[in-house]
Write a protein that binds this ligand. Sequence first.
Ligand code: PLP
Length: 400
Amino acid sequence: MVHVAERTTRIEPTASSVATQRARQLREQGHDIIALTQGEPDFDTPDHVNEAALNAMRSGQTHYTPVGGTPQMIDAIRTKFRRDNSLDYATDQVMACNGGKQVIYNALMSTVEPGDEVILLAPYWVAYADMTRFADGVPVMLECHEDLGFKVTPEQLETAISPRTRWLFLNSPNNPAGSIYSKDELRALAEVLNRHQRVLVMSDDIYEHIIFDGRSFVTMAEAAPELFDRTLTVNGVSKAYAMTGWRIGICGGPAKLIKTMSKLQNQSTGNPCSISQAAAVAAFMGSQAIVVERTAEFQRRRDRIVEMLNEISGLTCRPPEGAFYAYPNCAGLIGRKSPGGKVMESDRDVMIYLMEQGGVGVVHGEAYGLSPHIRLSFAASMEDLEEACKRIRAACQALA
Ligand code: PLP
């Protein structure tokens, strides 16, 4: 018998990977499933990035590197933060990790004491809660109302902060709801945080470049320079440059935190892949034109999917302002009965029904802490999106 440590029982595989796996299984059994479950661009990594990786391999850049990244990687991170966010980090204030996910993991494991609270704004990316629990912390969920654009108010934040609060997590544009905080909104939250010096801010900006309707992006340390010394600004190459498999995340923050995170990374994974670092340097330093082109394509799909979802009786969908997910409210389906006699009691039931009977893989809102919703990724072809919405419409019509 294998003993598994208690801490591993506090976490679950992410809902999106479970749903993707289920869609794969159903396909293998001969079902025709369109999976809109995954959080990754359907585009390929740009050619010049692939070239940089090939050059790195051919020129022998295949050895261990400094734990937090090669000198070129560190330079590229600093340049990116200066260029895109007007943030001036010193070399000991930045590092590269194996994905944005490891940045967040390293940060929580480096700072959270047993019982420390981590404020999560629901809907939130599902991994935050599990990682917090794994780090012995306590997630404190704040529900952000749909009619307030899925954003937290300063009053709500004030009431959630306690003497045990260690972190506030911000994620703009947000996965799964696509909401974006303006500079003024961030400043209003900063005024609350100015009264609570102990609280650190995790600014997860991984969807920074996927932003619609000409909006502009601001990150917390830029909007509120007084928080620079207690904000970890998180980013990466996965979403902007279609590089999910390369596993490079980056961050900028207080030198003491970065040093501790590097120590932890040194004793766990070591440096991120040397070849991926060379590729990420090319992504950050090369032409950014492709990011703009792809965002325009995401916006086209956003417009179409939102239009189609809003034509379905039982669903209402606010247009996301960024990222590549639609997060329609499915309250109108709750209480209705499937042809097989199953009553939809929750968004989990809706997710199962759409997957098993409707032929469309989605993720249930419960996984993101705000129900009743479903999340659909529009990082898929327009044809797939149109067909998926047709199927969802038919499945919803079949509910009595
Ligand atoms: N943050 C958010 C909100 C995400 O949705 C994701 C990926 O889905 C990540 C961070 C981590 O991305 P990666 O580890 O690929 O850099």
